[in-house]
Design a protein around this ligand. Structure first.
Ligand code: AMP
Ligand code: MG
Length: 500
């Protein structure tokens, strides 16, 4: 990236597009709208390598031209995908990519097909009243949080590049515009199925289901009832995904069916947030006034979204409606227990339990209740428990997180008698707990500070520091301790915005 535009080598991307070869009614073909003065803000070289993109000798200017959409990469077949979706429980029959363009698909070094999509790349036939653009703030936010989620081990879409457009976008005020390059296992959503199902286009639903099976669930190609198996597989991945979110205190904020990826990746980082003090009712999104997407409600919403997905598959599950409904309900009923299982096994790891006992769930809930009542910081409590697992003499730093430390002491007595029945040596246990309990999460106040510095002063140093710290969330990092601490009262961020 040191070379100038004149000496740049062209970037070769081996596109291998499949979505673009579905029938025309699945998308609208169009090029991204050109931007005035694209400038590369950030490029994810590690992800590029994972995708098999060789960017050596490709100049920053050339990357800016390509990842703004100003120049079309050979082999790209740009398109905006159509989809529908339930937004806050209300069905919208036609949404679609209003500000995103899928450039195409590549096979990564592991052979997995990945979408490369520009977000903020201009108006499309699905833009409705929107400008098709994105402000730099939400773009930085998505970059930081999606990459942090990846480093935390949570399935997620990734961020490959940020390009400043050199143009302004108008929200409540004038803001610098930017384009994010997003990488996803695919961009097919529950809402994509809903779009066709709502129009009674059962041929398209079947094509889409077969596409998804081929791409994400090839093992069920030969299943006896492939569409029931597809539903089960998607539900299983959602159960695992939501459990991962719960383990790191993540609140997605806008779990609409159009933001539920069939691949099981976290997608759409609009008003998302990680909580500081533990509160099951935590909501940050300014538009989620009823708390529909509150932290503790996420498993229920995932279940609801899966029910909407199942509805789209009914005709494929069985030609007799009653039988199809029976099959769907039976499959859907597996979600709750699956989620509980993923949740509990992750919580056991967080508490240093490597065997399973019946009372473990109650032990976990006992801790969470105490944390809630005593406003203990979610991330710090679990991180400090890694040390405390070594014995009562290491309790001070956990106790300090509880308004009334006696609540912790009472729980810790039970925890210690449970730990006594574990055979792993204490040092190995603490080490293993450190890999289940991050020291660093993208704290809202840190994100806001980084975004503010970038927007107001074009200063990206905080953004770079955040990315660096969050790339190794399970390691203590000397000199960056302050990124692990909870916000002071005046720093607390209580609301997030979609920023669209
Ligand atoms: P989101 O809230 O990001 O999930 O977006 C919901 C829907 O609104 C999607 O169809 C988006 O493509 C569309 N949308 C969001 N922001 C814009 C924008 N600035 N211009 C056009 N469409 C948008
Ligand atoms: Mg969305």
């Amino acid at each position: 990236m040191q070379t100038t535009a004149e000496t740049s080598r062209p970037l070769a991307v081996s596109f291998d597009n499949s979505y673009a070869h579905l029938p025309e009614r699945f998308y609208a073909r169009l090029d991204p709208a050109p931007t005035a003065k694209p400038r590369l803000i950030k490029f994810n070289s590690a992800l590029a390598a994972e995708l098999g993109l060789d960017v050596s000798g490709v100049s920053a200017d050339a990357l800016a031209q390509l990842f703004s959409g100003n120049l079309r990469l050979p082999g790209a077949e740009p398109l905006a995908m159509v989809y529908a979706g339930h937004q806050f429980g209300h069905f919208v029959p036609k949404l679609g990519d209003g500000r995103a363009i899928l450039l195409g698909e590549v096979r990564d070094v592991a052979g997995v097909r990945r979408d490369i999509q520009l977000k903020g790349s201009g108006r499309t036939p699905f833009s409705r009243d929107g400008d098709g653009r994105a402000a730099v703030g939400p773009v930085l936010r998505e970059y930081v949080v999606s990459e942090a989620m990846h480093a935390l081990g949570v399935p997620t879409t990734r961020a490959l590049a940020i390009v400043a457009t050199g143009e302004s976008v108008y929200r409540e005020r004038r803001l610098p515009g930017a384009i994010l390059t997003r990488v996803a296992a695919s961009h097919v959503r529950v809402g994509t199925f809903q779009f066709f199902a709502a129009r009674g286009d059962s041929e398209a639903v079947k094509l889409l289901a077969d596409f998804v099976i081929d791409r994400h669930y090839p093992e069920i190609r030969e299943a006896e009832a492939p569409y029931v198996a597809l539903f089960r597989a998607v539900a299983e991945r959602q159960a695992r995904l939501i459990a991962c979110w719960m383990h790191v205190g993540f609140i997605h904020g806008v779990m609409n069916t159009d933001n539920t990826a069939i691949s099981g990746e976290t997608i759409d980082f609009g008003p998302c947030a990680f909580m500081d003090a533990y509160d099951p009712a935590a909501v940050f999104s300014s538009i989620d006034t009823a708390g529909r997407y509150a932290y503790a409600n996420q498993p229920h919403i995932a279940h609801w979204n899966l029910a909407r997905f199942a509805e789209t598959l009914l005709p494929l599950m069985n030609p007799i409606l009653e039988r199809a409904v029976e099959l769907a309900n039976e499959a859907l009923s597996a979600f709750g227990p699956q989620f509980e299982q993923h949740w509990l096994s992750g919580m056991r790891r967080k508490l240093g339990l490597f065997t399973a006992e019946d009372e473990d769930a109650a032990l976990v809930r006992g801790l969470l209740d105490a944390m809630h009542r005593q406003q203990a910081d979610f991330t710090l409590t679990f991180r400090k428990l890694c040390d405390a697992s070594g014995g009562q003499k290491f309790d001070a730093s956990v106790r300090a997180l509880f308004a009334d430390a006696a609540a912790y002491d009472e729980w810790a007595t039970m925890w210690r008698s449970r730990l006594a029945r574990e055979s792993l040596p204490a040092s190995a246990r603490a080490e293993s707990m450190r890999h289940a309990n991050p020291a660093f999460i993208p704290r809202n106040h840190r994100l806001e500070q980084a975004i503010q510095a970038a927007v107001e002063h074009e200063d990206f140093t905080l953004f770079a520091d955040l990315l660096r710290v969050l790339s190794q969330p399970y390691e203590d990092q000397e000199g960056f301790e302050s990124y692990g601490t909870a916000p002071g009262t005046s720093e607390r961020v209580l609301q997030t915005f979609c920023g669209t």
